[in-house]
Design a protein around this ligand. Structure first.
Ligand code: ZN
Length: 240
């Protein structure tokens, strides 16, 4: 396990050693709950982008996996967790991830990572132009020449996302239930010591290992027993 500077500092005195033990125990519990989540998701079918309309629930949360990568001794690696706003918007939300000039921060972050890495095979716009696209509608101020590059980049990006990622969904009663579970799932994975150890040659987010920006901090509440039971019930899986 990687030892953070914070942990090293805490191990320097007896009192701090106690804190370090407590922290290690806490970290063990974190990975245990994350294992429960990964186990649960192994039962759910995987879909490719673009999302199919007919097979998916109207409301719920989604889990995007890095295709072919594993964590927790063989479970598919979660790369992003999300839900949606508005009623019955789960599938439209998933479509935003492969729609050019859309409202997807997931898509925008991947595009930024591709540009930062000067990834071969892409027709790359400048970061400034890409930043301008991070708005609800494309800025008309972008010059025609740049728009051509941007359009081709957007097409390549959609293909990249469709090729790299797969996803599963868990239907919920409504969007507010999905949102609550989403937050706890993100916190559980983001704080999991086993998930943090992932090594990959694939492009990664600027910060952390999840393509999520919110609810990833150490104080974000993780999945509790009640929420895990609810997730299992919504996923159609009995307690194990
Ligand atoms: Zn984990």
């Amino acid at each position: 396990m990687r030892c953070s500077p914070k942990m090293r500092k805490r191990s320097r005195s007896h009192d701090q050693e106690t804190a370090s033990v407590a922290e290690r125990e806490s970290m063990g519990a974190d990975s245990h709950r994350c294992t429960d989540l990964h186990k649960l998701l192994q039962h759910k079918p995987r879909y490719r982008f673009p999302p199919p309309f007919v097979q998916l629930p109207l409301n719920g949360l989604y889990f995007i996996f890095d295709n072919g990568q594993s964590v927790h001794e063989g479970f598919d690696r979660i790369a992003r967790i999300g839900s949606h706003t508005g009623r019955n918007n789960l599938v439209p939300r998933l479509w935003q991830h492969i729609t050019p000039h859309g409202r997807s921060s997931f898509r925008w972050d991947i595009g930024a990572a591709v540009i930062r890495a000067r990834t071969k095979g892409f027709e790359l716009p400048s970061m400034d132009v890409w930043n301008e696209c991070d708005s609800i509608s494309r800025k008309t101020a972008i010059e025609d020449e740049r728009v051509g590059t941007l359009d081709r980049f957007e097409t390549q990006l959609s293909a990249y996302i469709a090729n790299r990622f797969v996803f599963s969904v868990i239907g919920t009663r409504d969007q507010s239930e999905a949102l609550e579970l989403e937050k706890a799932c993100i916190a559980t994975v983001a704080q999991c010591p086993l998930c943090k150890e992932i090594t990959t040659t694939e492009l990664q987010p600027k910060k952390g290992f999840l393509w999520n920006a919110m609810h990833t901090g150490p104080r974000s509440p993780r999945l509790n027993d009640q929420q895990l039971s609810l997730l299992r019930a919504r996923a159609g899986i009995g307690a194990r």
